[in-house]
Design a protein around this ligand. Structure first.
Ligand code: CA
Ligand code: ZN
Length: 294
């Protein structure tokens, strides 16, 4: 069980575990507030983005070298029996009409209860990734290394691909949400501690710029930026490059294909927010044409 936490993705972190490709790992994670909010009178007024979203790890993966892809299949996510949702100062499109408030919601039998409404949960991993090449990145922020990607598709059964930028990859994860809508409008999901089972493997010497998520329906590239256009261009270009290579199409045909059958979806976009938005551009899954092989 990997449970010691860090608050940054950093190539200088000491690994807490060494894993072999093919190994299944279990991470025990705290919620994004380090499990410190246990009562509804605890408010996020002094919220610190640099001391949030603790990630468990990092794990050194034997044989992982710069230029490889680390593959992480999420096998299972188990969440605690209650979660926290809060507003955050200056975050989200309704914050000027809202107060800073904390709600603690119960979780039982795959459901939670909000103001008397029973709603299904969809446990997901908010923070997941590998060390960046040089400067550390706080776990509260997303980037091409992964980090706070906040995708409601990062669920059991999904496979994620990350570009290895430091020896051993230094894989880590945390910030589980029992449920979260696309966009994470108020800046938090239903924040929960829990455990995540992940099986890792390596694809040697294969270029990748941004994280990829594969599920039963699609292949998505994730990209982040404070500016929507920049995130859109980055995610679209990566998905397009993968499609064009595998299908043998030029960029114009690839552009048509993605316009007709691809989708732009949003992970986290609770603007205004100091954290860059994250979006995803997905291409349909075709069993004969995997976009990443290995
Ligand atoms: Ca998050
Ligand atoms: Zn979170």
């Amino acid at each position: 069980m990997i449970s010691s936490v860090v608050y940054t993705f950093d190539p200088a972190h000491k690994p807490v575990h060494t894993a072999k490709p093919g190994e299944t790992l279990v991470f025990e994670t705290k919620d994004c507030f380090s499990n410190e909010i246990t009562r509804e009178d605890q408010l996020t007024t002094g919220f610190n983005y640099y001391h949030a979203n603790p990630a468990a790890g990092p794990v050194f993966v034997e044989g992982a070298e710069i230029g490889d892809i680390l593959v992480a299949r999420i096998d299972k996510i188990e969440v605690g029996d209650s979660g926290v949702v809060t507003t955050l100062p200056d975050v989200g499109p309704l914050i000027d009409q809202s107060e800073i408030r904390t709600k603690i919601l119960p979780i039982k039998n795959g459901k939670t209860v909000f103001n008397g409404l029973e709603l299904p949960i969809n446990p997901m991993v908010g923070v997941i990734g590998v060390a960046p090449a040089k400067e550390p990145v706080a776990c509260g922020f997303p980037g091409s290394h992964g980090g706070n990607l906040d995708s409601k598709l990062s669920v059991a059964g999904a496979t994620m691909y990350f570009p290895v930028r430091a020896p051993g990859a230094l894989f880590q994860l945390g910030d589980l949400h029992a449920v979260m809508g696309d966009g994470e409008l108020c800046g938090t999901g239903l924040e929960v501690p829990g455990t995540v089972t992940v099986t890792i493997r390596l694809i040697k010497n294969t270029p990748l710029e941004w994280p990829v998520l594969e599920n039963d329906e699609k292949w998505f590239s994730f990209a982040s930026d404070l500016d929507y256009t920049k995130a859109l261009v980055a995610a679209t270009r990566q998905t397009a490059n993968l499609v064009s290579k595998v299908y043998g199409w030029d960029m114009t045909d690839t552009f048509f294909y993605l316009s007709l059958w691809g989708d732009i979806e949003v992970n986290q976009a609770c603007q205004p927010c100091p954290v860059p938005m994250v979006l995803r551009v997905g291409a349909p899954k075709n069993p004969d044409k995997p976009l990443i092989v290995g």
